[in-house]
Design a protein around this ligand. Structure first.
Ligand code: NAD
Length: 458
């Protein structure tokens, strides 16, 4: 359902009223809504996959493991764990307070806004929604206006299957979002680019609304000479070219420790890509398309043909950019100035581990860092001297699927984290409570005036 601008305040105030009236306070209601999300995705899995294909030519396998099945795993886990998550935590006290009991209670925040991005629209809306509901909040979801078919489907199904007194969908682009952000929320959970993340944070500051910013950036892979290059090429290619490179934790560029490593890796990358997508990736059912013409043209400008060693076949009408590799790229090249978010892989060569570390340190802190080496001391050295939201050693992207690992950025790649219990925590206020009893008042004499220590420190 699309709303007029004036309706936004009505939606927020209605949800706030419902929240205060306890509509989603009880375990049973939260469970019911989580079960409804689970069913919604299971029952309409194929429709989601079709919508993903229409939006991005997303292959069903990719839509399954990164969208629908990912959501169901998170939702299934939340359903199982909900009772435990909601339990107050007993906290031990000190000698002075041994007669009292301390607990942390889990308060929901209130009315929260979840804004998703278009590249994995199902998981990016539903996973935060699962945590927000589990934690007992009323939720407004603002899916991306750019994943047109998936957003239309999600809107329809959420309105059909979830309780409108608890969850509402608001659709629209920049203009609508700008209006929506004028409302007061108790949390904003945003997935998108760092530049829009700043706009979100500024809007949130009006009411000191806490924000969770799941952003992007350039995620490096560092490769040294000890590696099995074909294995590295397979893993890096999968992370770079899946969803046509439109993945926030894709390998954005590769730092090879030595020219020789660069040469060997590139030969292996070419072999991998021939194997993955055949001679013509445009005909492969496993290779996606660029979201829209704007992004197509942006990506086109990032390719320097003089550095291309593989690919660079473009078809504007089909929004197709073939898997492309660039060699001997330097930090000044246009492709190194922004997050690529497309099927282009720049490869750079550095002299040693120190130079690789320095390169990463000089740039914004990435959402993910990938280190390929068989030497543990090299891996540990790199991890100790770099900061990134997440890390995967000797592979890429898999860290996002471990739901017991918090997923989120640091610095320009974001703040806050989620997945598994961390999503519940992201939408919960942990309220510290001390429970005392109305007895033993004589023991409190020492803390009431008049004090008996004559001004000396106790
Ligand atoms: P985006 O930041 O351009 O847009 C996100 C949403 O913000 C849009 O759908 C739009 O509704 C709104 N928006 C855009 N401009 C706005 C403005 N000026 N004022 C108010 N609202 C505005 O991001 P995107 O193109 O949807 O997604 C791509 C980015 O998201 C990449 O940077 C990618 O790395 C990142 N991303 C991060 C994760 C993660 O989990 N960290 C996941 C997916 C994508």
């Amino acid at each position: 359902m699309d709303f007029n601008k004036a309706d936004y305040s009505v939606i927020v105030s209605t949800l706030r009223r419902n929240f205060k009236d306890g509509y989603i306070a009880k375990y049973e209601k939260r469970l019911e809504q989580l079960q409804a999300i689970y069913r919604l995705v299971v029952d309409h899995q194929e429709e989601f996959h079709d919508a993903g294909y229409k939006d991005l030519r997303k292959p069903t396998t990719e839509a399954c493991f990164a969208d629908t099945q990912f959501v169901n795993r998170e939702c299934g886990d939340a359903i199982k764990a909900l009772k435990t998550w909601m339990k107050p935590e007993n906290i031990s006290t000190d000698l002075l307070n041994m007669q009292h009991s301390a607990k942390i209670l889990h308060d929901p925040l209130g009315v929260v806004l979840v804004m998703g991005a278009w590249n994995y629209p199902v998981q990016l809306c539903f996973i935060p929604l699962i945590g927000a509901i589990a934690a007992g909040n009323c939720v407004i979801i603002k899916p991306s206006e750019l994943s047109i078919h998936t957003t239309e489907l999600m809107t329809k199904l959420i309105e059909q299957c979830l309780d409108p007194d608890i969850v509402q969908v608001v659709n629209g682009g920049v203009e609508e979002t700008t209006e929506l952000l004028k409302e007061r929320f108790d949390k904003i959970f945003f997935t998108g680019s760092p530049s829009v993340g700043k706009i979100i944070m500024k809007a949130a500051s009006q009411y000191l609304t806490p924000v969770d910013l799941e952003l992007g950036g350039k995620c490096p892979a560092i490769v040294d000479e000890t590696c099995d290059m074909q294995l590295v090429a397979n893993r890096i290619s999968w992370a770079r070219y899946t969803n046509a490179g439109q993945l926030c934790i894709a390998t954005d560029y590769v730092l090879c420790i030595s020219d020789n490593v660069q040469d060997r890796l590139i030969e292996c990358l070419k072999k991998t890509l021939d194997g993955f997508y055949g001679e013509n990736a445009q005909e492969s059912p496993d290779f996606g398309r660029i979201l829209n013409l704007r992004n197509f043209k942006r990506l086109q400008k990032l390719i320097d043909p003089s550095k291309v060693v593989y690919g660079n076949h473009l078809d504007e009408k089909d929004l197709y950019i073939s898997p492309t590799i660039m060699k001997n790229v330097s930090s000044d090249d246009p492709v190194m100035q922004e997050e690529i978010f497309g099927p282009i892989l720049p490869v750079l060569s550095v002299a040693n581990v120190d130079e690789a570390v320095e390169f990463v340190q000089e740039n914004e802190k990435p959402l993910a860092l990938y280190v390929f080496s068989k030497k543990n001391d090299v891996v540990n050295d790199i991890l100790a001297r770099t900061s990134s939201g997440t890390v995967c050693v000797n592979d890429c992207v898999l860290q996002v699927g471990i739901t017991n690992l918090p997923f989120g950025g640091v610095g320009m790649s974001g703040m806050g984290c989620y997945h598994g219990k961390y999503t519940y925590d992201a939408f919960t206020h942990r309220k510290s409570c001390l429970f005392t009893k109305q007895k033993n008042e004589s023991m409190n004499k020492f803390r009431y005036p008049p004090y008996d220590y004559n001004g000396r420190a106790m």
